[in-house]
Design a protein around this ligand. Structure first.
Ligand code: SF4
Length: 369
């Protein structure tokens, strides 16, 4: 199984915490940019002709901010250039305040069957503080448009002046709106973003408070019938994101667009982050790749452990052994140091539920082994 990612780098305005490749002032480039994305697919179709793709994901930026005809165009081009499996999962990220009935209709026609909506919080003052373009009312409208669809809502924790009651309200709002999947993310204040000043000024909740919010949110979501299947991801039965599961299983994927990454045959490629350079490169018939890395066995092994231990399904010891040799022999010291945090049930190694949120500090021990 392999996935296709398409990066749409346009947004109406920049959120205060955003360090993604997104351009709030370049919406006028959408037509030219998408023509380049179609062309980039053409450039890679020969190399990928034997790969069967099972998922497609439009991420950003805000994919829903551009004319939906480009999403339809991208899907037509994908079907023309690549082998897309019947029943493939096709997701689009969208922001409340950027969609209407007509757009959803065109998305359906394009084959979109999963939506990911950036709610973040149901508290309008917090949305305004993050410089989001929407209010809670916009989310309610989007949820109405998506009635009966398979959709995710993003929920953020660790916002300025946020209480657990605010998070509970946000979860209720998403669940009442019909979300069958919730991504629960802790805000990270990256250096260089406006919110970093709030962080330096001590205005954001501290780590212990965020960890406490996470734990209470997890319990609350589980009460509501949402099972955790990855550190930040919860869903109703059968509603896991297949596209993201592929990442955590260290599956292969190909990315198109500015800043997109691909991982195929143990090789990782990264496209340029510069929009003009991306377009110039593709128009001249070259791949816009600025970094190509062949993954050595030690790194591959570590990635395998790190990614699988993020998930509820855990790591299959027999699958690991078929690829890299016996797990306990390979990682004798690391396992001794971390076994209190891990559980082994039959063939499966997992981080114990209560330690999943601090999984990073467990897997770091496997880095040097
Ligand atoms: S909508 Fe997303 S990509 Fe766009 S500015 Fe906000 S956080 Fe960044």
């Amino acid at each position: 199984m392999a996935g296709i990612y398409i990066h749409i780098p346009f947004c109406r305005q920049k959120c205060t915490y955003c360090d993604f490749t997104s351009f709030p002032d370049r919406l006028g480039y959408a037509e030219a940019y998408m023509a380049c994305v179609y062309k980039e697919m053409e450039l890679r179709k020969e190399e990928l002709k034997d790969v069967e793709f099972d998922t497609v994901y439009f991420g950003g930026g805000t994919p829903s901010v551009i004319d939906p005809k480009y999403i339809l165009g991208a899907m037509n081009q994908i079907r023309k250039c690549f082998r897309l499996k019947k029943g493939a999962e096709v997701t689009i990220e969208m922001n409340p305040g950027t969609v209407d009935e007509k757009k959803i209709e065109i998305y359906r026609k394009a084959g979109i069957n999963r939506y990911s909506v950036g709610l973040q919080t149901a508290i309008d003052s917090q949305l305004a503080d993050l410089n989001r373009i929407h209010t809670a009312r916009h989310f309610a409208h989007t949820a109405t448009l998506l009635k009966g669809e398979n959709f995710n809502a993003d929920v953020m924790i660790g916002l300025k002046e946020q209480t657990f009651e605010d998070i509970r309200k946000t979860i209720d709002f998403a669940v009442l709106g019909g979300a069958s999947h919730i991504s629960l993310y802790a805000l990270t204040a990256e250096d260089g973003t406006p919110i970093y000043t709030d962080y330096l000024n001590g205005l954001l909740p501290d780590e212990d408070t965020v960890a406490d919010f996470y734990e209470r949110s997890r319990a609350y979501l589980e009460e509501k019938g949402f099972a955790r299947y990855e550190i930040s991801n919860f869903c109703k039965p059968g509603r896991e994101s297949r596209h993201n599961l592929n990442y955590w299983r260290r599956g292969e994927y190909v990315g198109f667009g500015v800043s997109a990454c691909s991982f195929m045959r143990e090789r990782r490629l990264t496209n340029t982050l510069d929009l003009d350079e991306y377009m110039k490169c593709v128009l001249s018939g070259f791949l816009p790749v600025v970094d190509a890395e062949d993954i050595d066995e030690k790194t591959a092994r570590f990635e395998y452990v790190m990614l699988h231990l993020r998930t509820r399904e855990g790591l299959s010891l027999s699958d690991f052994s078929a690829r890299y040799g016996d797990f306990f022999e390979r990682y004798r010291n690391a396992y001794e140091k971390t076994k209190a945090f891990l559980s082994v049930e039959g063939d499966t190694l997992r981080v114990k539920d209560e330690y999943l949120y601090v999984q990073n500090s467990v897997v770091v021990e496997y880095m040097e082994a």
